[in-house]
Design a protein around this ligand. Structure first.
Ligand code: HEC
Length: 275
């Protein structure tokens, strides 16, 4: 464990000086001061600001960003009539989401009163398909689901993340926080070791960000495609040789709520682009 951390630190120290070319390092990043007194971070910075210019340039240009094609595909699903009720998602979504369409990207995951628990956008979409459309649920990481979540969150692009963690969401939040600081896997590391203690430093060839979720779903070169927050979480768990809960597992939902809260105040950037 100590060894793993010192490798992270050593690589970081070696690399930051040489490659200090991100907005985070040159002071041009948007730095948010968290409103919440108990916030663990003194500054909240988007993952975008830890990436090199060639990656940011792609995200900045909707015509270059391949994630936009997936969002376009999502728009087709949005208006497609499916299921026994003869309706499309565009007909029924407003009722299912419980918040205006252009707020969804900023406030989800949230405690859903009809669902009776904290739900992610994927879960609300599937609930809506089953109950309001009479259609089959999508698979979590299907092109349809990724497209639709990208399309829906794109409607909130530019607004500030503002997930609620009080009241009925507080239990899920506490679980997410606990998980975030729990050491996992053969490397015996927690999310916080990388994304709180070492952001801005390099780990192998990758510069660590704060692990924010404001750009998801996003296109990743390594994936050669678009992926969800849960895919990213599972990838991070795999990297530390830990067990991965299945997509949609309540622990991943709790982590998603907790990490989204850590990013409150950041702009929704869906669909982002990463290496
Ligand atoms: C060994 C270090 C390490 C650990 C531990 C780790 N991650 Fe990551 N994570 C990375 C790296 C490397 C990346 C890609 C570069 C970056 O954005 O930090 C990443 C990326 C992410 C991203 C995407 C950020 C973006 O803007 O694209 C999220 C979200 C994330 N991690 C969440 C988590 C969570 C939640 C945990 C705990 C379950 C975790 N990570 C544990 C190394 C780690």
């Amino acid at each position: 464990m100590r060894l793993a951390i010192s490798i992270v630190m050593a690589l970081g120290l070696l690399a930051t000086g040489v490659n200090a070319k991100t907005p985070y390092h040159d002071g041009t990043a948007e730095v948010i001061k968290p409103k919440d007194k108990d916030h663990p971070l003194g500054e909240v910075v988007s993952g975008y600001d830890f990436r090199k210019a060639m990656i940011r340039d792609v995200q900045d240009d909707d015509f270059s960003n391949p994630a936009m094609l997936v969002a376009d595909y999502g728009e087709e699903q949005w208006t497609k009539v499916e299921g026994t009720a003869g309706k499309s998602m565009s007909d029924v979504f407003q009722g299912c989401a419980e918040v205006p369409l252009n707020a969804v990207g900023a406030v989800y995951p949230r405690y859903h009163s009809a669902g009776g628990k904290v739900m992610t956008l994927e879960q609300v979409i599937n609930m809506c398909r089953e109950t309001a459309m009479g259609a089959k649920p999508y698979k979590w990481e299907s092109r349809e689901m990724l497209g639709l979540t990208a399309f829906i969150k794109l409607q909130s692009r530019g607004s500030r993340m503002e997930v609620a963690i009080d009241g009925p969401a507080s239990k899920t939040f506490a679980r997410g926080e606990e998980l975030y600081y729990t050491r996992f896997g053969q490397l015996d590391m927690s999310c916080a070791h990388c994304h709180e203690d070492n952001y801005g430093n390099y780990i192998r060839a990758d510069m660590l960000s704060q692990g924010q979720t404001n750009g998801f779903p996003l296109y990743r070169l390594k994936w050669n495609g678009v992926g969800s927050v849960h895919r990213r979480f599972r990838g991070c768990l795999e990297n530390i040789r830990a067990q991965k809960p299945p997509y949609g597992h309540e622990d991943l939902v709790a982590l998603e709520l907790y990490t989204a809260w850590r990013g409150n105040g950041l702009k929704v950037e869906t669909p982002a682009y990463r290496n």
